[in-house]
Write a protein that binds this ligand. Structure first.
Ligand code: ATP
Ligand code: MG
Length: 694
C-alpha cells in the first residue's frame, strides 16, 4: 500500500522543475531583447495571439452539404480535454475564426466589438469559455509565451509582494498593473531604430517584432521618476526594471477578464477601468497620483488577452461608451487619467431580444456600427444535437441507471423539430426535412434540394427549444423514478411535455400547441423506429440471413453483369429474380429508379473487398443488413405471434422465442433486461391495435 511519503515522491517525479523555472523566468530588459530577436512572436497583439492559438491546434477541411468549410480542432479536440465541446457549428465557428484572422492582420475587425448573437443556450458562453482556456494554456506553452515587467521599488507600502534582501532591507518589485509588453518602455523616438535592429535579417513575410501603444499611467509615473533620478539616462533607468514571463490566468485576473451586468444602481465604470484607492490618497496627497489608483478594472486586467462581456447589451449606455472607445481606439479612460492604451480581444454575447432592442434604438447607432455580429444558432442536425446530450448522459456519467436506446435521440429530435422552418415543398414534412438535414436520402431529393431548403430558411436555428431545456428534462426523468433501473423515451417525453406549461420562454398558445404536436410527431416516429428494431431482432437469425444474403447477391451479380443465375435445386440457368431483389431493396426505400445504382454500389464494394482478399459479410454494410433483416421478418412473421405477448398466457415455445428476441435486443441494440421487455410489449401492443403501417 502507498504511504504518504511514497505518494509525494511519485508526485514529485511527475513535476517538471525545469518547466516551472521556464514559466517563472525573470531577466533583464537586455535579455528580453535577446528573446525578441530570436522569437519576435512574443510581441504579437492579443488578436494575433488568439488566432495563432486556434490554428495551432490544427484544422481539417470538411464538406457540409456541398459547402467546404474549415473545422478547427480547437473547438473539438482541445475542448474535449476541457470536458467541453461544440458540435454542429462548423460554419459559424469558421466565420468567427475568420473575424479573428482579419483582426490579427489588422484589417479593421480589431477595432470592433465582436458580438456572439443567438438564442438562449446556443453555446455562446461555452465558446467564450473555451477561448479563454485556450489563451491561458497557450501562454504556458513555448510557442505562446509573452512577457511583462516590474519596477524596482523602495517604498514599503507599494507592494505586498516584497522580498527581504540579504542585507535585511526590503526589496520590492511592483508589476505593471496592465501587464504591458516591456517594449513599451522604449521611448517613441527610439522605437523605429530599435525595431530595425530587432527585425534585422527578417524577410517581409516573416513574423516581425512590433511595438504598439504607450505605458499605462502608473508605469509612466515610475518611468519619469527614475529617469529624473538617473538624470535622463534611459539605460540606467532600465536597471530598475525586471522582465518576467507572463502567464495568463482568469483566476488570477491576468490577461483574462469577464464582465457581467448587474443592476444599474450597483455598478459604475470603475468596474471596467479601475478605481481610486482612497487609503492611499492621504499618502500621495492627490487622487490623480497613479500610485493612489487601482488599475484593476476588467478592461485593465484583461490587457494582453481577452475580455468577455456577458449579456453585453444589457449594459447601461454609459458602459457601452467605454466599450466603444476600448474597441475603436484601443484606449480606455480611467477616472482622472489620460487615455490608456489596451491590447485585448473584446468579445460580447447577447440574446435575440436584446439585439432587436439595439436594432430599434437610434442612440445605439454608434455601437451598432462598431459591432461585428456572429450568429450562433441552435444545431439543426440531429446527429449533432444527440452528441450534446450524450456528452452529459452516458454510461460513465450516469451510474446505476440504464438509458434505453433512442431516449436521447427522441428528445433531440423534438428539440431540432421545434427549430426548423416548415418547408415550402408541399410534399415534404418537417420530420422529413429533419432527416434530409441529418444526411438521409429521400426519393426525389438531391443534395442541391437540401442546400436550397437551407437557403430558404436563413433564420433557422435562431428560435425553438434550447438544449438546456432538454438537459433539464432528461435529468428530471433520471431522478423521477428511483425504483426503475432504466429510463426510456416515454419518461423523457412525459417530462418534456409536462415542463412546457411552465416554460418561461413560451409566450403564446399557438407555439405551445405547435410544440405539443411535434411531441406527437416524435412519439410516432419512435413507434416506427422500435417496430423496425423489434422486427429486425426477430429476424436476426444469422444462418437464415446469410442464406438470404447470398441469394440476393447472386441475383444482383447476374443482374449487373447481364448473366443468368443457376437455380440451386434444378441446376437450370434462369433470369435474375427481380421480385426477390426488389422486395429486399424496398425495405430500405430504394426507389425503382435508383436500384441500378444501389446494386452497382454493392457489387463495387464486394469487388473492392475481393481485391484485398477479403470476403463480403453483410454485417459490414448497415443498410443491406437492415434490408435483409426486414425482408426475413416479413417472410417469417407468422412463426412468432408477437401479439401473444400482451396476453397473460404464453406457451412455452413462444416464451422461448421471445427470450431469443430479447437477448438479441440486448446484445445487438443496447437494450437492458427492463427496456427490452418494455419495448417488446410496446411493439406487441402496436400490432395488437392493428396499427402496423406496412
Ligand atoms: N452546439 C453545441 N455544442 C455543444 N454543446 C452545446 C451546443 N449548444 C448548446 N450546448 C450546450 O447547451 C448548454 C448551454 O450552453 P451555453 O451556456 O454556452 O449557452 P449560451 O448561448 O451562453 O446561453 P445563454 O444565452 O442562456 O447564456 C451547455 O451545456 C452547452 O454545452
Ligand atoms: Mg451564456
Amino acid at each position: 500500500m502507498s504511504t504518504g511519503k511514497n505518494i509525494l515522491n511519485a508526485l514529485r517525479q511527475q513535476l517538471n522543475l525545469g518547466d516551472y523555472r521556464k514559466k517563472h523566468w525573470e531577466g533583464t530588459f537586455e535579455e528580453y531583447l535577446d528573446i525578441v530577436r530570436e522569437h519576435p512572436e512574443v510581441t504579437r497583439t492579443a488578436y494575433q495571439r488568439l488566432y495563432d492559438m486556434i490554428l495551432s491546434h490544427g484544422t481539417e477541411e470538411v464538406y457540409d452539404q456541398k459547402e467546404k468549410t474549415t473545422r478547427y480542432n480547437f473547438f473539438n479536440q482541445f475542448a474535449a480535454q476541457q470536458g467541453d465541446a461544440i458540435y454542429g457549428l462548423d460554419r459559424q465557428l469558421h466565420n468567427l475564426v475568420n473575424t479573428f484572422k482579419s483582426a490579427a492582420k489588422g484589417y479593421g475587425t480589431e477595432k470592433r466589438v465582436l458580438l456572439l448573437h443567438g438564442p438562449v443556450g446556443s453555446s455562446k458562453s461555452t465558446i467564450a469559455r473555451l477561448l479563454k482556456k485556450g489563451l491561458e494554456q497557450a501562454s504556458r506553452s513555448d510557442e505562446g509565451m509573452l512577457f511583462s515587467y516590474s519596477w524596482k521599488a523602495t517604498h514599503s507600502s507599494l507592494s505586498p509582494s516584497g522580498r527581504v534582501q540579504s542585507d535585511g532591507s526590503e526589496m520590492l518589485w511592483q508589476k505593471c498593473p496592465m501587464h504591458e509588453d516591456p517594449l513599451h518602455l522604449v521611448p517613441f523616438d527610439l522605437r523605429l531604430q530599435l525595431l530595425e535592429k530587432l527585425n534585422e535579417g527578417r524577410k517581409p513575410n516573416d513574423v516581425q517584432a512590433v511595438v504598439q501603444g504607450d505605458m499605462c499611467p502608473f508605469c509612466r509615473q515610475m518611468y519619469n521618476e527614475r529617469l529624473a533620478k538617473f538624470d535622463g539616462d534611459w539605460n540606467r533607468m532600465l536597471e530598475e526594471v525586471k522582465v518576467y514571463r507572463l502567464i495568463l490566468s482568469e483566476q488570477d485576473r491576468i490577461g483574462i477578464g469577464t464582465f457581467q451586468p448587474k443592476d444599474e444602481k450597483n455598478q459604475d465604470s470603475t468596474e471596467l477601468t479601475g478605481d481610486i484607492n482612497y487609503r492611499k490618497i492621504a499618502e500621495y496627497g492627490s487622487d490623480s497620483d497613479p500610485r493612489a489608483f487601482n488599475f484593476d478594472g476588467e478592461l485593465n486586467i484583461a490587457n494582453r488577452g481577452l475580455v468577455e462581456f456577458i449579456e453585453v447589451l444589457k449594459l447601461d449606455v454609459a458602459f457601452l461608451y467605454d466599450l466603444l472607445g476600448a474597441s475603436q481606439e484601443h484606449k480606455i479612460k480611467p477616472k482622472k487619467f489620460a487615455q490608456t492604451d489596451i491590447d485585448e480581444v473584446i468579445l460580447g454575447h447577447t440574446n435575440e431580444p436584446e439585439y432587436r432592442r439595439l436594432q430599434n434604438n437610434e442612440f445605439m447607432e454608434a455601437l451598432r456600427d462598431r459591432t461585428v455580429k456572429i450568429d450562433i444558432p441552435y444545431v439543426t442536425r440531429l446527429k449533432d444535437e444527440i452528441k450534446i446530450y450524450e456528452k452529459d448522459f452516458n454510461p460513465e456519467r450516469v451510474k446505476g441507471k440504464h438509458i434505453a436506446p433512442h431516449t436521447i435521440e427522441i428528445a433531440a429530435m423534438w428539440a431540432v423539430l421545434t427549430r426548423l422552418t416548415p418547408p415550402k415543398h408541399a410534399n415534404l414534412t418537417l420530420l422529413q426535412k429533419l432527416k434530409l438535414y441529418n444526411g438521409k436520402t429521400l426519393p426525389g431529393f438531391t443534395e442541391d434540394n437540401v442546400v436550397e431548403l437551407k437557403r430558404e430558411a436563413l433564420a433557422e436555428g435562431m428560435t425553438g427549444i434550447s438544449p438546456r431545456y432538454i438537459q433539464d428534462k432528461i435529468s428530471n426523468a433520471l431522478v423521477a423514478h428511483p425504483e426503475e433501473g432504466c429510463v426510456n423515451p416515454f419518461m423523457v417525453l412525459h417530462e418534456l411535455e409536462a415542463g412546457l406549461r411552465h416554460h418561461s420562454l413560451i409566450t403564446n398558445q399557438d407555439q405551445l400547441q405547435q410544440y405539443k404536436e411535434l411531441l406527437s410527431v416524435v412519439r410516432e416516429e419512435y413507434e416506427d423506429i422500435v417496430k423496425n428494431e423489434v422486427q429486425r431482432a426477430i429476424a436476426a437469425d444469422e444462418d437464415a440471413l446469410m442464406r438470404l444474403c447470398s441469394n440476393y447477391i447472386d441475383n444482383v451479380k447476374a443482374y449487373t453483369q447481364r448473366e443468368k443465375v443457376r437455380n440451386r435445386y434444378t441446376g437450370n440457368f434462369e433470369e435474375p429474380d427481380e421480385r426477390l431483389m426488389r422486395s429486399v431493396e424496398e425495405k430500405i426505400d430504394i426507389p425503382e429508379g435508383r436500384k441500378d445504382d444501389f446494386r452497382r454500389e454493392i457489387m463495387n464494394y464486394i469487388g473492392a473487398l475481393a481485391i484485398d482478399g477479403k470476403k463480403f459479410d453483410y454485417k459490414t454494410n448497415e443498410r443491406l443488413q437492415k434490408a435483409l433483416e426486414l425482408k426475413l421478418f416479413e417472410d417469417q412473421k407468422d412463426t412468432i405471434k408477437l401479439t401473444t405477448l400482451v396476453s397473460s398466457v404464453v406457451d412455452k415455445a413462444t416464451q422461448e422465442k421471445i427470450d431469443v428476441v430479447k437477448s438479441r435486443l440486448i446484445r445487438n441494440y443496447g437494450y437492458c433486461e427492463v427496456c427490452s421487455t418494455d419495448v417488446l410489449s410496446f411493439v406487441a401492443s402496436i400490432f395488437a391495435r392493428g396499427h402496423a403501417k406496412k
